[in-house]
Design a protein around this ligand. Structure first.
Ligand SMILES: C[S@@+](CC[C@H](N)C(=O)[O-])C[C@H]1O[C@@H](n2cnc3c(N)ncnc32)[C@H](O)[C@@H]1O
Length: 229
């Protein structure tokens, strides 16, 4: 299937809600904005890969309450909902959540929650076993990444697990993305343009937020950080 360009918006980077509403005005736009393609088979294959990465790092247990920060159309949620007690998808964009609702309609253990873009305020303290955030940090300012790590710690039960990722500035593949994005003239950078992390950045957030057993993994273009509350 031919690759299509992602839809562009004209908001400032921190205007997450307006940006991601505009990027998800149709189901096709939402799919493109989340996966970069309209290929459903590819979306399902990458979701299965994410599930395996989570299983190998933080684990997925049948009695887990799992929360995703920036769940999009529920790409990963469809993989996890059948494998946990409850799956909560949080997203800044009600449009994205509407498409997630359609995608996850078959599951009765799914909850979809609109968030402000800066916190997990609707979620009670110590109510979740696993928080993960995948393919989202690249779209956020660094302070907002850390705010979500702090919020994850708040909503996790003692012993709960966190997983975050981003593309890795220190990898050859991540550096290629950096160089590609460097071609944009400053005024023409889309607000959601991907900005990398380093292993040290993710490790710092997890440690500073008070997580234990912090681990960092580098896989191809990606860096992953995970830890225990
Ligand atoms: C590239 S998509 C990834 C979606 C999903 N995590 C996945 O891997 O399929 C980024 C998602 O993050 C959401 N998002 C962007 N900024 C956000 C913020 N500040 N807070 C919560 N969600 C945000 C967008 O609406 C979008 O659904």
């Amino acid at each position: 299937m031919a690759r299509q360009r992602k839809p562009q918006t004209r908001f400032s980077r921190h205007e997450y809600k307006a940006t991601w509403m505009a990027l998800a005005q149709t189901s096709e736009q939402a799919m493109m904005s989340v996966t970069g393609s309209l290929d459903e088979d590819q979306a399902q294959a990458t979701a299965a890969h994410t599930r395996r990465v989570l299983a190998a790092s933080v684990g997925i247990k049948p009695d887990d309450v799992i929360l995703e920060i920036g769940c999009g159309i529920g790409r990963v949620g469809r993989e996890l909902a059948p494998r946990c007690q409850r799956w909560i998808g949080c997203d800044v964009s009600p449009n994205m959540l509407a498409y997630a609702q359609q995608r996850l309609a078959a599951f009765d253990n799914v909850e979809l929650v609109e968030v402000s873009g800066f916190d997990l305020r609707p979620i009670p303290d110590a109510s979740v076993d696993l928080v993960y955030c995948t393919v989202v940090f690249m779209h956020l300012d660094e302070w907002d990444r850390y705010n979500y790590v702090l919020e994850a710690r708040r909503v996790l039960r003692p012993g709960g697990r966190i997983f975050v990722d981003n593309f890795n500035l220190c990898s050859d593949e991540g550096w290629q993305v950096f160089e590609l994005h460097r071609q944009f003239m400053p005024a023409e950078r889309p607000p959601q343009i991907g900005k990398s992390s380093t292993p040290q950045e993710l490790e710092t957030y997890l440690r500073r937020a008070g997580f234990h057993e912090v681990k960092i993994a580098e896989q191809g273009a990606w860096v992953q950080g995970y830890a225990i509350k």
